[in-house]
Ligand binder design. Sequence first.
Ligand SMILES: *Cc1c(COP(=O)(O)O)cnc(C)c1O
Length: 369
Amino acid sequence: MGLHAAYGLTRIINARGPYTPVGVSRSGEGVATAVAAALSEFFVMEELQDAADRALARFAGAEAGTVVHCTASAITLAVAAAMTGESPERIAALPDATGMPRAVVLPAGHAVNYGHPIEQAVRLAGAVPVRVGTDAAYTSADLEAGLSRPDVACLLLVSSRLVRGAGVECSEAVAVAHRRGVPVVIDGAAQDFRIEELLGTGADLVTVSGQKYLGSPTAGLVVGRARLVAAVRAQERGIGRAMKASKEAVIGVLAALEARQELDMAAWRQQQADKVADFVARAGALRGITAESVPDPTGLPFERAGLEVDPAVSGMDAAALGTALRAGSPSIWVMSGREGREELLPELVPLAPAEIEAILARLGELLPD
Ligand SMILES: *Cc1c(COP(=O)(O)O)cnc(C)c1O
């Protein structure tokens, strides 16, 4: 019996992307086999983290890397590392940050909410978020103003479709911080495909999710400067105890990194493009739908199917269509569209052909000729 039947759980088709409330991603066979094997073994966890350090450094072209529980904890621990370095006294004192640099400067539009506000992940370390600029935009001068405080621990930038407003290039923001000797952390949770590019901005630490496109079990990956990564690892004797990676997560990350390295990117991209092109052609023939391929807004290497809904023809707006898809069985979860548009943006990356057929069939039922 399958897990859904055994526990009475809703069957899902996830066209919402690597979304935490529906279980994020599918792991490949290599990851599943490695994780299953890890569960019945003992390891010297230091050695396992050393192996992950080497693998992540190679993967990202970074000095060092480590694995923590998830990206939310990676943000907290990266901030903590900037505050404490490897000082055992400071690490033991957190989240009481008395006497430490504790201001974490971030552009207002980067104060995202990925299920909780990122500023809460900052505050968990005992740090104080300091927003600069407005939701609509920030400039180098805004950064300069925020970074001129005497108690700055780091600059935090986010690379995600959740980010709002216009701003300076990431590499310029990093340069502004570095001129003041302030380290920079970039949260690039779903951006594992772009990890080298994010590091290429000069950022000192980059956090990405293991369980999003990489397809490992839940894990937060932190890569960057060796001293700061060491300070992240040192948090395990402090607040990081509650945010540690399990043995099966670290083994799963190692297997997922190997799978990614073996992936033929050109063939994979072509496969994604073909899936989207076919879907767009068929969905575009439905009543009240105009369909096109839409590039990922954050520069990920695949397109999404953009479905523009004409409520006057289809009898429902995009939100109602999304709700109707979710209400069916299986329950179909679709990414919502760009702001101000009557649009849905199904993401097809992890879906099997039968699941894509099921989405098209359901759309056909909801939008009859
Ligand atoms: C998903 C996400 C996170 C949190 O990642 P977890 O690994 O689920 O903790 C943080 N930041 C952004 C921008 C995200 O999209």
